[in-house]
Design a protein around this ligand. Structure first.
Ligand code: ATP
Ligand code: MG
Length: 565
């Protein structure tokens, strides 16, 4: 990470850490962790947590672990573990040799459970999951104690060991903490610590048939790793008293938990459960579909890691839930690509233009600027010849008032080239569709300027027909039509909130020949159209496929302006 990025703006978590460093609470240590559950791909919300945890470690001379919270073998897979590691690295972070798995602590957690049983603080319960729910009570009513709550320590030890040995059926027994069935905080009403589950775990295989719950794992894992500041999202605020109870009663090292608001984005669902549904129901092509808010989807869409880190920094960290406009995320990538993406000319919906007065075999190599924002990026040559393609949208036979582009009898500038004038329109006899424009060029206007000072109102991009490369271009838009799809998507059907136009595939696009050397993942600006990247999966020599990252229209700038008024 470069110097400029290295210190992030302050926030309440950084203030707490600085205070802890001042008072020497952790002997000057700062040790954080990013703890994903490998039950799906990482999304942009996780990026916020990754940037926070790794960013803090970097800024305070600390360490940050990557830890997989892999306590639910029913939902977890090695593919997810691999994808998560790839995504964290891609974002630009490094956990060094500190890669951990909660499953590495299963034996230790089992010992912890035995200690609580011996101390009379945990018991084996025979109630069913449904009964446990019923006995739990509500926010207004206290819960009821299980009839098995007062089993002797010996009986509990025996039963728990036999649970581990595989003597009991799934769902027939659980281990619960013996806390308080009348506690106002429902998490403290004798929460389940272990359940029987005959499932193969991606890492421990069939070694275990009892698995600790997330609540009995998370805090102790942080403790085992010597984490100083356990940063987690707000929904864990209510779990903190329980984590405290476990750590205090186990009498082990006790990290400090601090909660912050999770990231929500408009037009986006973020929970992995819903993202998995989008994949399984075939609304997208996979976790890495460029419309997905996953890091792999954003990467394939053309987002840079820098733009995502910058976004995470600028949205800040707070204690209050809010929803960020997705236009701001798009603004961040546009800003980044504006600085570094080379400009090229590409025609997405080609219309043939023949320059009647241009010599048949002549080819001119015209000089084009690679990036007006960065002179160092230099120039390139673009071939110009008698037959060209322009964008279908840039011509209208009967233009309305505010249409300044090409029309019969009208003159426009072709970028880096000449003024051209449309004299004639050729149509398909059967369909009436315009298939070709007959134009003349003015040889005096080479470079795009008229010596007599006459002005034109539009500058169009173009591609020389005989030099053009063909490509497929995928125009992506928001996956959801609704600004707040989360609630609607809670129902059984995404159908009502999905944007039916989130993907348009154009198969007959024409590109300037310099793109011959474009490599998978390359990011470019197609002049006047937007930012695009070479699809890393489907593009190969002889078949160019581009994904649109964003258009050039910065809706965020508009929203921000409106807000200031
Ligand atoms: P989801 O609800 O999307 O399934 P999760 O919280 O179950 O997410 P985990 O794999 O447990 O996913 O998350 C790993 C870390 O990332 C946790 O510390 C969690 O708090 C954090 N995290 C998850 N979603 C967000 C978000 N939207 N904004 C900020 N942090 C998040
Ligand atoms: Mg979770």
């Amino acid at each position: 990470m470069n110097e400029k990025e290295s210190k992030s703006p302050s926030n309440f978590i950084r203030s707490i850490i600085e205070e802890d460093l001042r008072t020497g609470r952790w002997e000057g240590r700062v040790h954080t962790r990013f703890p994903p559950e490998p039950n799906g791909f990482l999304h942009i919300g996780h990026a916020k947590s990754i940037c926070l945890n790794f960013g803090i470690a970097a800024d305070y001379n600390g360490l940050c672990n990557l830890r997989f919270d892999d306590t639910n073998p029913l939902k977890e897979e090695q593919t997810y573990i691999d994808a998560i590691m790839e995504d964290v690295r891609w974002l630009g972070f490094d956990w060094g040799d500190r890669l951990y798995y909660a499953s590495d602590y299963f034996e230790q957690l089992y010992e912890y459970a035995l200690k609580l049983i011996r101390d009379g603080k945990a018991y084996v319960d025979d109630l069913s999951a449904e009964q446990i729910r019923q006995y739990r009570g509500t926010l207004k009513e206290p819960g009821r104690e299980s009839p098995y709550r007062n089993r002797s320590v010996e009986e509990n030890l025996d039963l728990f060991e036999r649970m581990r040995a595989g003597e009991f059926e799934e769902g027939s027994k659980v281990l619960r903490a013996r806390i308080d069935m009348a506690a106002p905080n429902l998490n403290l009403r004798d929460p389940v610590m272990y359940r029987v589950l005959y499932a193969t775990h991606p890492r421990t295989g069939d070694r275990w048939c009892i698995y600790p719950t997330y609540d009995f794992t998370h805090g102790q894992s942080d403790s085992i790793e010597g984490i100083t500041h356990s940063l987690c999202t707000l929904e864990f605020e209510d779990h903190r008293p329980l984590y405290d109870w476990f750590l205090d009663n186990l009498e082990i090292y006790h990290p400090r938990q601090i909660e912050f608001a999770r990231l929500n984005l408009t037009r986006t669902v973020m929970s992995k459960r819903k993202l998995l549904r989008l994949v399984e129901e075939g609304h997208v092509s996979g976790w890495d579909d460029p419309r997905m808010p996953t890091l792999s989807g954003l990467r394939r869409r053309g987002y840079t890691p820098e733009s995502i880190r910058n976004f995470c920094e600028r949205i800040g960290i707070s204690k209050k839930d809010s929803t960020v406009d997705i236009a701001f995320l798009e603004h961040c990538v546009r800003e980044d690509l504006n600085r570094r993406a080379p400009r090229v000319m590409a025609v997405l919906r080609p219309l043939r233009v023949v320059l009647e007065n241009y010599p048949e075999d002549r080819v001119e190599e015209l000089e084009a600027v690679n990036n007006p924002e960065d002179e160092a990026m230099g120039t390139r040559k673009v071939p110009f010849s008698k037959v060209l393609y322009i964008e279908r949208d840039d011509f209208m036979e009967e233009p309305p008032k505010k249409f300044y582009r090409l029309a019969p009898g009208r003159e426009v500038r072709l970028r880096y080239a000449y003024y051209v004038k449309c004299n004639d329109v050729i149509k398909d006899e059967n369909t009436g569709q315009v298939v070709e424009l007959r134009c003349t060029y003015d040889p005096e206007t080479r470079g795009g300027w008229a010596p007599d000072g006459r002005k034109v109102k539009a500058t169009l991009h173009w591609v020389s027909a005989r030099h053009a490369l063909s490509a497929e271009v995928r125009l992506y838009d928001h996956l959801f039509a609704s600004d707040h799809p989360e609630e609607a998507a809670d129902g059984t059907d995404f159908g009502s909130v999905l944007n039916p136009d989130s993907l348009e595939t154009l198969t007959d696009c024409k590109l300037e020949p310099s793109l011959e050397s474009a490599k998978p993942g390359d990011r470019l600006q197609f002049e006047r159209l937007g930012y695009f990247c070479v699809d890393p999966l489907d593009s190969r020599p002889g078949r160019l496929v581009f994904n649109r990252t964003v258009t050039l229209r910065d809706t965020w700038a508009k929203i921000r302006k409106a807000g200031k008024k």
